[in-house]
Design a protein around this ligand. Structure first.
Ligand code: NAP
Length: 254
């Protein structure tokens, strides 16, 4: 059974990715900061007949990442796929943004992606059967709203780290790609005690050329595509934008 390791897999997009890979027959290893959410996601996969392991971990901490990867390998085997999904965003006016807040966002989003990728790639390289890494970036790597500098810098860093790792890991037959989601609705994919039915206005929908807000399932399907050599074996180092067309739409105010 192939093994998919997913960071921040307890809720939101990460949970949808975990469910989709479990449905496709992968054994799932999740890590998350939120223990209730991670336990619940793993239990739901097992209840549907799948295999799932959850370990609490902060992806910004090397010791947590190493413990999670060691446990994954011991219980399920070497990861075939790593999805670097865990991420945080803090909106703070740039003139008031502290170095501590900036560093924490970079540490989770960018350092975490580096630490998890290195820990998984070492194991994939040692096994010698290749593998795939998918990094969840953001359209905010390429465009911005005010007050999101830590987040946009971290996601731009992930885009660059993706092509860097793609080249460095190619000799080990490890492909590395990224997905840049636009607006993905996750309120209904949270830990059950906090989940809410999302409401979208007509304006929310209409500002997307495809006529709707994104769903975590949209990202999960693309991760599955990027994980499999049969569907994406000739792709490495690439970012895929999944945003309902929002970033290619010209905006003129009448
Ligand atoms: P989410 O609903 O907040 O879920 C993220 C999960 O990751 C949470 O369970 C969170 O735990 C966990 N997490 C946070 N920091 C962590 C850490 N240091 N170590 C391990 N787990 C951690 O987020 P999401 O909206 O699904 O976003 C998932 C990814 O997609 C992120 O990288 C995000 O930047 C990216 N993205 C999302 C959107 C969107 O519109 N939703 C758009 C573009 C990109 P806590 O709740 O305890 O923090």
């Amino acid at each position: 059974m192939k093994v998919a390791a997913i960071t921040g897999g307890g809720q939101g997009i990460g949970r949808a990715i975990a469910y989709r890979f479990a449905e496709a027959g992968y054994a799932i290893s999740l890590c998350d900061l939120d223990i209730d959410a991670g336990d619940e996601a793993a239990a739901q996969i097992r209840a549907r007949g799948g295999t799932a392991l959850f370990r609490p971990a902060d992806v910004a901490l090397a010791v947590d990442v190493e413990t999670w990867m060691t446990e994954t390998e011991r219980q399920l085997g070497c990861p075939d796929i790593l999805i670097n999904n865990a991420g945080i965003m803090k909106r703070v006016d740039f003139l008031a943004l502290s170095a501590v807040d900036f560093d924490r966002v970079i540490a989770v989003n960018l350092r975490g992606t580096f630490l998890c990728s290195q820990a998984a790639a070492k194991r994939m390289a040692a096994r010698g059967q290749g593998g795939a890494i998918v990094n969840i970036s953001s359209t905010r790597a390429y465009m911005s709203e005010a007050g999101t500098e830590g987040y946009t810098a971290s996601k731009g860093g992930i885009a660059a780290l993706t092509h860097g790792m793609a080249i460095s890991l190619a000799p080990h037959r490890i492909r590395v790609n990224a997905i840049a989601p636009g607006w993905i609705e996750t309120r209904d994919w949270q830990y059950s005690k906090r989940a809410e039915e999302p409401q979208h206005s007509e304006a929310d929908r209409e500002q997307h050329p495809v006529g709707r807000v994104g769903k975590p399932e949209d990202i999960a399907e693309a991760c599955l595509f990027l994980a499999d050599d049969k569907t994406s074996g000739f792709m490495t180092g690439q970012p895929i934008v999944i945003d309902g067309g929002m970033t290619v739409k010209m905006i003129y105010v009448d």
